[in-house]
Design a protein around this ligand. Structure first.
Ligand code: AKG
Length: 441
C-alpha cells in the first residue's frame, strides 16, 4: 500500500477503554514471581574488550551504571540527581523486555497499527513543528508499511509517541513500571519505534526514565543550561539528527562533545529534568518509558560526588536566546507585538545561524548530507513562519518576500529534495554554482 504524505493537521487520536486484545506472551518473564529467565537474545551489556560503538578509544558510557536494586537499597525511593543507566536484571525487566526480542516480532504483533512518523530533523522536541508552520514531512501509515520502507524512501522516519495513541494502548499491557518509579504519577508515556540511524535531536524537558526492549540506543547528554554556542554548532540542538553529528563527536573529549552512553536491551536510562539529550538508534529498537512526577516534590538524592564531575567539562553558560530555540524566538516576536522589523531580524538571525552551522558541517566532520537536509527543512520552516506573520500580523509582503526568497533559495541549494517536501511549490531551483548566492546566509 502506498504511504500518504499528509498535511500537518492529521493526528492519531487515542482510543479510550481498556485493552481487550490477546494476552501478551511472556517469553520467560514470570510475572508472578518476578523472576526473569534471561532470554538468549538478552546479551550481557558489553564485552569490556569490544570496540566502542562510537568508534574511538573512550568509554562507551560516561554516566554511572547502577543496579536498580542496589540504588534503592542506598537511596530508598529518591531518584538520582544525575543521569544514569540501571543495568538489565530482574528489577528492570518487564514483559515488554521479554516479549519483543526483535523488530520482526514487534511488527508481527503490532504491524497493523496506524502510526505517524517524522524524519529526525523534524522531531526536534517539537520546536520546528511548533511555530504554526506545520511539518509537511510527516507521514501516516501502518507500522508494517512504514517498516517496509525503512531501508528505502523512509529511512530516518521515526515513530515517537509521547501521548498514548492506539499503538501505545496495545503495547502497554506488555510493559510494566520498574519498582523505583511505580509510585510516581506519570505525566506522559514515551513509546519509540525505529530502525538503526533514527533518533531525536537535542532537546530537554522534565525528568524521564526509558527502557529498551531490544536494539542498542546511543544517548548524548549535555547538562542543564550548558549548551554553549560551540557545542550547539556541532550538535545543532532541536534539529540535527544524531546520525548527522555523531561522527563529529568521535575522539573528542566531553565538553567539546556531549556526554555519551550506549543503552542496551533491558536497561533503563534515567535523566533528571532539563538535561539536554539526543538519541541515535544503533540497531532497530523499541523503547518505552514515562516522565514521572516525583513521589514527593524535590526528592532527588544528593550525590555531588557523582553529579559534579559530570558537569565540570561543560563550563560555558548557555547562550542567551540561542538560534535553536524557536519557541523562545516565537515568544519574543509575540512580546514585541509581532513587530515586523524585529520579527524579521530575529528570523534572519536564526536562518543565518542555521545556515552557518550547516556550512561548517564538513569541517567539523559531520555527515554533510544529513545536516544539509535538516538545515533545508529548518530554512523552509522559517520562511513559512514569516509568511504566516504576513498573513496574520500584517508584515509587509515585499519585505517578507525578500527574506523568504533568500531562505528558500538557500534551502533548495542545501538539499533540493527536502526543500521540495517542506517548502513545496515555493521551493525555487537550487543555485549551487551561483557566485552571487546569498551572502547573508
Ligand atoms: O528514545 C528516543 O529516541 C528519544 C527519547 C527522548 O528523547 C525522550 O523521551 O525525551
Amino acid at each position: 500500500m502506498l504511504l500518504l504524505l499528509i498535511p500537518p493537521v492529521a493526528v492519531v487520536r487515542a482510543r479510550n477503554g481498556p485493552y481487550s486484545g490477546p494476552v501478551p506472551p511472556t517469553y520467560g518473564y514470570d510475572a508472578t514471581s518476578a523472576v526473569l529467565q534471561r532470554p538468549a537474545w538478552a546479551k550481557p551489556r558489553r564485552d569490556a574488550a569490544a570496540a566502542s560503538a562510537f568508534g574511538d578509544a573512550q568509554p562507551e558510557c560516561d554516566v554511572p551504571i547502577y543496579s536498580l536494586t542496589a540504588w534503592k537499597r542506598a537511596h530508598g525511593r529518591d531518584f538520582p540527581d544525575h543521569p544514569c543507566i540501571f543495568a538489565a536484571d530482574a528489577s528492570t525487566a518487564t514483559r515488554g523486555f521479554a516479549a519483543f526480542p526483535d523488530m520482526d516480532r514487534f511488527l508481527a504483533l503490532f504491524g497493523n497499527e496506524t502510526v505517524e512518523a517524522l524524519p529526525g530533523y523534524a522531531q526536534a522536541g517539537g520546536q520546528y513543528c511548533a511555530i504554526n508552520v506545520g511539518c509537511r514531512v510527516k507521514i501516516r501509515a501502518t507500522l508494517s508499511d512504514l517498516a517496509s520502507q525503512w531501508t528505502g524512501a523512509l529511512a530516518g522516519f521515526y515513530v515517537s509517541q509521547f501521548g498514548c495513541g492506539p499503538l501505545c494502548e496495545r503495547v502497554l499491557p506488555y510493559l510494566g513500571v520498574p519498582e523505583l518509579f511505580a509510585d510516581a504519577q506519570p505525566r506522559t508515556m514515551n513509546l519509540l519505534v525505529g530502525p538503526a540511524r533514527t533518533g531525536l535531536p537535542f532537546h530537554y524537558h522534565q525528568r524521564t526514565w526509558q527502557a529498551l526492549s531490544f536494539g542498542r540506543k546511543a544517548w548524548f547528554l549535555v547538562p542543564p543550561g550548558r549548551m554553549s554556542d560551540d557545542l550547539a554548532r556541532v550538535v545543532g540542538p532541536r534539529i540535527w539528527p544524531g546520525d548527522g553529528f555523531v561522527a563529529a563527536t568521535r575522539g573528542v573529549p566531553p565538553g567539546q562533545r556531549p556526554l555519551r552512553c550506549v543503552q542496551y536491551p533491558g536497561e533503563i536510562i534515567w535523566l533528571p529534568e532539563n538535561w539536554w539529550h539526543a538519541t541515535l538508534n544503533l540497531d532497530a529498537s523499541v523503547a518505552y518509558g514515562q516522565k514521572p512526577l516525583l513521589p514527593e516534590p524535590g526528592r532527588l538524592a544528593h550525590t555531588p560526588d557523582v553529579r559534579t564531575p559530570l558537569l565540570t567539562a561543560f563550563a560555558t553558560p548557555q547562550a542567551n536566546l540561542p538560534w535553536f530555540e524557536l519557541i523562545e524566538i516565537r515568544a519574543s516576536m509575540q512580546r514585541s507585538g509581532w513587530d515586523a522589523n524585529r520579527g524579521l531580524a530575529l528570523l534572519e538571525r536564526t536562518a543565518a545561524a542555521l545556515h552557518d552551522a550547516a556550512a561548517s558541517a564538513s569541517s567539523l566532520g559531520s555527515e554533510v548530507a544529513v545536516i544539509h537536509a535538516a538545515a533545508a527543512f529548518g530554512l523552509c520552516v522559517l520562511a513559512g513562519s514569516a509568511d504566516n506573520s504576513r498573513a496574520k500580523h500584517g508584515w509587509p509582503a515585499s519585505q517578507v518576500a525578500t527574506h523568504t526568497a533568500k531562505w528558500r533559495r538557500a534551502a533548495s541549494t542545501l538539499d533540493n529534495a527536502t526543500c521540495s517536501l517542506q517548502c513545496a511549490e515555493n521551493c525555487p531551483a537550487p543555485v549551487a554554482d551561483d557566485p552571487s548566492a546569498p551572502s547573508v546566509l
